[in-house]
Design a protein around this ligand. Sequence first.
Ligand SMILES: Cc1ncc(COP(=O)(O)O)c(C=O)c1O
Length: 466
Amino acid sequence: MSTPSLASGPEGPRALRPLLDTVLQALDEGAHARGGPLPTGGPAAVAARVRVAVGDVLPHNGDPDALRTLVHALAEGAADPADPLCAAHLHCPPLAVATAADLAASVLNPSLDSWDQAPAASELETLVTRALAAAVYAGDATPADPHSAPPDALITTGGTEANQLALLLARETHGAGLRLIHGANAHHSLPRAAWLLGLPDPVTVPAPTGTLDPAALDEALTTLPGPVVVAATAGTTDAGLIDPLPEIAALCTAHHARLHIDAAYGGGLHFSDRRRAQLTGLDHAHTITLDLHKLGWQPVPAGLLAVRDPHDLCALNQHADYLNADDDTEAGLPDLLGRSLRTTRRPDILKIAVTLKTLGRTGLGALVDQVCDRAQEFAALVRDHPGFELHDRPTISTVLFRPAHTTDDAVAAVRRKLLHQGRAVLGRARLDGRLWLKATLLNPATRPDDLATLLALVEKAVDEPA
Ligand SMILES: Cc1ncc(COP(=O)(O)O)c(C=O)c1O
């Protein structure tokens, strides 16, 4: 067998072009074979089809058709977020331009742990992270002092890593006795990060209506001794609700508590002129989790942690002679090692930068408005349908609803039936003590007709015998 072609170098484009044709064709054929938002038959049927397609994972002699076979199998067995009937999770359909940029990132393969592996990519990351941090910290809360260092942001693998980093930076500022206070509505990654970092057991503040209760937070802040970090949420996972950020920020200021805001979902509202005000108070946070593989239409991963005071980042400084020797740094080679807990790190910034520049604030804001408007329309359809109950009008783009006059078990069964049949992908959320179906609308191409189809499918699944 001859040496396999490389993706970069003089022969790269010639080698890649036919392979890209193969990939695009296999994606298309796989999607046709699937024929809907999800493969049919449930886990056992999908697993059996994948096993047949894969065959011998490490054959003695290679199979030149493996690219076609495996891409086809994955596409056939995909939950496709670009299908309007796939609306369960904060799982967005990626933009074509972002995905194309991601291909370039894979071809060039820069690694952002040292300048000599990523000369231009490291500068791009510096520019874009600072610009995004400046944008989210543009409010009144950020000191206008020209002598204070501007906010900064780190690239992460998503909301989970950003939340972990936020707690790590908080611990390094306030000591290992730091306690996390979070709402009952917070993402599980926050208490998990507290566990991972060896912090005292977190305190969970009730969120009786889906958002953190400020009176309960006040009480916790008044009674708890020692340093605390409060984690609020802008865009809850289950319902897309936004905690009362200005009130929470005022309480944190009054009690000298650190504030982290998990805006993994809601942070995208910042792009929309119509909806930015929903994030009022965000810039009071010491750290903010953002995640552009949710309301930012990026291929996974595309997380960020914005940090108001960049001095906090000194906690991540690290020395490894092969990557950031002192004399190299003194001679002007940028030191990248403190920009992440990871070492080898792909340039996820490229797809983000390309997207921001291609669409601009207006283009991204329009996408945000589109999905939020669709959610309002879907909620109206549900509200006007006698067979369904609407939980509430959506705050972002999540709609909770359930068939009327039925049990939680029946709600769960309807969801599983649709999944098994491959007809629709809806999520589930428990709120107000009841189980709801969850439609998370993140597909800007979804049309009003698709919403009617989705609701009709659920209605049909409710009426069908089990
Ligand atoms: C509010 C919130 N924070 C954090 C996360 C975790 O993000 P990721 O899955 O990108 O790690 C999620 C995921 O849905 C989320 O909804």
